[in-house]
Design a binder for this molecule. Structure first.
Ligand code: SAH
Ligand code: SF4
Length: 376
């Protein structure tokens, strides 16, 4: 990193109000904020000289005090099924991944919020790797910026745009990087930026209850919660933060979140299928009972193994039998498809890289879960 880049304000991560504040603070008019947000996020422009509705003097001034600096793409890979993956270098030299998954009616971008994670879920290799760094708002929205730019399609046109959905399901626990995540999501929803629907931006959390209660006060994006077990005894083992905020407390917090929304939406429970651990018919019945106490959908995720893990994925038949019990009880229950596995972009194959290896407990780190380091 050069000295000048440290001193300059990176405008990429500023929400509209923060951008307006920035312009007011340098003695400019507030409306410059919206102009800059549009140039950056809707037109993909990072060079102040190309921002033709700004005076030459203002452009020169901006060049001295500010910059628009996304992460550096060090790798881009396309899968036969249309999945696209980017490896991006962030400040400090660590790398994170973003993955784009096209489907018939949508294009979903999976975004990271931290390098590593401190929560140590037993089946997640990000957790095994430990915490390395919080991403800045610029580094989080930068993943969206670069993905959108790589498709070269209009942001505003809901018929043509490539990225229609964003899920905060990459590496890290988004609620433990609260303000940057909220700011980045605000740009995703912002009319002057990506103008995504609040139902199409999803935050996934393992259940950091106090922060979830705070989130309810500041945003209304879709919520996914990593449940993975129907009882506290098993969840304590798989998702250690459950020891602090057990299922009943977590459910109250989710109900509060849903109650704060202006429409009737449900939470999506993520449930990673681990062979012989959480996948029996009895556990499906327990989960079904629990799920009846809240407005929810259940997404069953086949476990993606990584080197050194003690877990195995449940068989296809086991997963379908588990799903059948939930469906028969009237729940909405889906099984997540594996996509992009030919470019290591499937859930469980997302790899980032940490620059400072002394902070790592293993050589592997990931977005959702890790297998192979990439840039070799
Ligand atoms: N920290 C947040 C978001 C990132 S993890 C959370 O835990 O919700 C995104 C999802 O991937 C979570 O549901 C997580 O439990 C799941 N996941 C983690 N490791 C996995 C693995 N090895 N195989 C399948 N899913 C995994
Ligand atoms: Fe962190 Fe989520 Fe992995 Fe748990 S599942 S260790 S919260 S990234």
């Amino acid at each position: 990193m050069t000295e000048t880049s440290v001193e300059r304000v990176n405008l990429l991560g500023l929400t509209l109000p923060k951008m307006e504040e920035f312009f007011l603070s340098i003695g400019e008019k507030k409306f410059r904020g919206a102009q800059l947000v549009k140039w950056i996020h809707q037109r993909g422009v990072t060079d102040f000289d190309q921002m033709t509705n700004l005076s030459k003097t203002l452009r020169e001034r901006l060049k001295e005090i500010a910059e628009v600096r996304p992460p550096i793409v060090t790798f881009q890979g396309d899968s036969g099924d249309g999945t696209r993956k980017w490896l991006m270098e962030v400040d400090g030299g660590s790398k994170v991944e973003a993955v784009y998954i096209p489907e018939d009616d949508r294009g979903t971008l999976c975004v990271s919020s931290q390098v590593g994670c401190s929560l140590d879920c037993s089946f997640c290799s990000t957790g095994k790797q430990g915490f390395n760094k919080n991403l800045t708002a610029a580094e989080i929205i930068g993943q969206v910026f670069l993905a959108v730019k790589s498709f070269g399609l209009p942001v505003k046109d809901s018929q043509k745009r490539a990225v229609t959905n964003v899920v905060m399901m990459g590496m890290g626990e988004p609620l433990l990087n609260f303000e940057p995540v909220v700011d980045a999501m605000s740009l995703m929803l912002e009319d002057q930026a990506y103008c995504l629907s609040k139902r199409r931006v999803t935050l996934s959390t393992s259940g950091v209850v106090p922060h979830l209660n705070e989130l309810a006060k500041v945003t209304d994006v879709a919520l996914a919660v990593s449940l993975h077990a129907p009882t506290d005894a098993l969840r304590d083992e798989l998702v250690p933060i459950n020891r602090k905020y057990p299922i009943a407390v977590l459910f109250d917090s989710i109900r509060n979140y849903l109650g704060c929304l202006s429409d009737k939406r449900s939470v999506t429970f993520e449930y990673t299928m681990l062979k012989g651990v959480n996948d029996s018919d009895d556990q499906a019945r327990e989960l079904s009972k629990l799920a009846k106490t809240i407005r929810c959908k259940i997404n069953l995720i086949p476990f993606n193994p990584f080197p050194g893990t003690q877990y195995e994925v449940s068989s296809r038949n086991r997963i379908y039998s588990f799903q059948r019990i939930l469906l028969n009880d009237g729940h909405v229950a889906t099984v997540r498809k594996t996509r992009g596995d030919d470019i290591d972009a499937a859930c469980g194959q997302l790899a980032g890289q940490v620059a400072d290896k002394t902070k790592r407990s293993s050589r592997y780190i990931q977005m959702r879960d890790v297998t192979e380091p990439l840039a070799h």
